[in-house]
Design a protein around this ligand. Structure first.
Ligand SMILES: Nc1nc2c(ncn2[C@@H]2O[C@H](COP(=O)(O)OP(=O)(O)O)[C@@H](O)[C@H]2O)c(=O)[nH]1
Ligand SMILES: [Mg+2]
Length: 333
């Protein structure tokens, strides 16, 4: 496969992240098991059990629950950003297959989840919860898959009442229950339901990658980003979303090939805007990329320094986010 080299790099980064996540989860499960065993051994020491229950609630029934959630919940890698910033193209680059529809005109209007599976199928759920399954054979080209997906996810598509699209394909880099989530342009009030759904995903995110269109006046309509931030803050105030740490987002300045002004000025503008609006923003969270150029390079089994930097940035940042997530999960231990 011509895109293999570049895709391999993306895949190895994602795989590393997920290995790390699984290891930590299993460690935590071991700790849970130890506690339950200890509680069994202390069965006769009624006063100790009573004391622990007063302190930690009904931990003997809660721990098995937590264990299950920990091992079975979906771990989303969320790709967000302005409409037409290049989110779908970025996912195609990452997975090394052009199955996500990319278009300048018909933007994605629904959430698409990509799952790793031995099957090759798309499941479309309409707004009444009815599901339609479209199966593909092993010989179907990515272009024909993309064409089919396009029907359900674009504003001008044939099926407007589609609520979500789940794609099941062999994507070995997505281990366990990890899914890649392609979100429509978010942060707008145009579709509050979609915004709400994004915020449902965020607390469980193993990565939050925000794609910026650098070619459009610096690419940041900061009110949208601000809307996300405000929403996060209100969730946190209500005691939700404690696992999500805004400082662990990755910002990708895409379409770097199409930046017409002075590149330094554009980068400074984006940096300043993020510094102003995103809490604890650090420049090391920001990466330049041209999905367009990168795809050309991938065809020659090459990759740019910018893309390699981005992949290593994701690799470095996500383990600490997972660590925080597991610590949060284990907070009553
Ligand atoms: N010049 C240029 N165009 C790009 C780049 N990445 C994406 N595009 C174009 O931008 C448009 C939107 O891309 P898409 O991935 O569908 O954006 P999405 O709406 O964020 O998912 C398409 O026409 C792409 O070909 C890039 O790096 N450079
Ligand atoms: Mg898209």
């Amino acid at each position: 496969m011509s895109e293999q080299s570049s895709a391999n790099q993306g895949q190895s980064v994602v795989t590393k992240i997920l290995d790390f996540d699984l290891q930590r989860k299993h460690k935590l499960v071991e700790i849970y098991d130890d506690i339950l065993q200890l509680a069994d051994e202390l069965q006769r020491e009624k006063s100790i059990i009573q004391e622990l229950t007063t302190q930690f609630g009904n931990f003997r029934s809660e721990i098995p629950n937590s264990k299950e959630i920990l091992l079975e919940e979906e771990c989303p890698i969320i790709i967000a950003g302005e409409t037409s910033a290049g989110k779908s193209g970025f996912i195609n680059l990452l997975i090394g297959s052009d199955i996500f529809p990319v278009s300048a005109l018909a933007c994605t209007s629904t959430i698409i989840k990509l799952h790793n599976s031995t099957k090759r199928e798309i499941r479309v759920t309409d707004d009444k919860g009815k599901e339609k399954v479209i199966e593909f054979g092993p010989d179907n080209e990515s272009s024909s898959i993309q064409k089919e997906v396009r029907k359900y996810v674009t504003i001008k598509g044939e099926f407007l009442n589609c609520k979500c699209v789940d794609m099941y394909f062999p994507v070995p880099m997505l281990k366990g229950n990890t899914v890649i989530v392609d979100t429509p342009g978010i942060g707008t009030t145009a579709n509050p339901e979609l915004n709400a759904r994004l915020f449902e995903f965020l607390p469980r995110a193993v990565a939050f990658i925000y794609i910026i269109d650098s070619s459009r006046a610096g690419g940041l309509e900061n009110d949208r980003l601000l809307a996300i931030f405000e929403e996060l803050r209100s969730w946190r105030q209500r005691g939700k979303l404690i696992e999500f740490d805004a400082s662990r987002t990755i910002f990708v300045c895409n379409k770097w090939d199409a930046v017409e002004e002075e590149e330094d000025e554009v980068l400074n503008y984006i940096t300043e805007t993020l510094r102003e609006h995103w809490p604890n923003f650090h420049e090391k969270q920001l990466f330049k990329l041209s999905v367009k150029e990168e795809k050309k390079l991938a065809k020659q089994e090459k990759s740019s320094e910018n893309y390699r930097k981005l992949l290593s940035g994701i690799k470095k940042m996500v383990p600490s986010s997972l660590e925080a997530k597991v610590v949060m999960n284990a907070r009553y231990l």
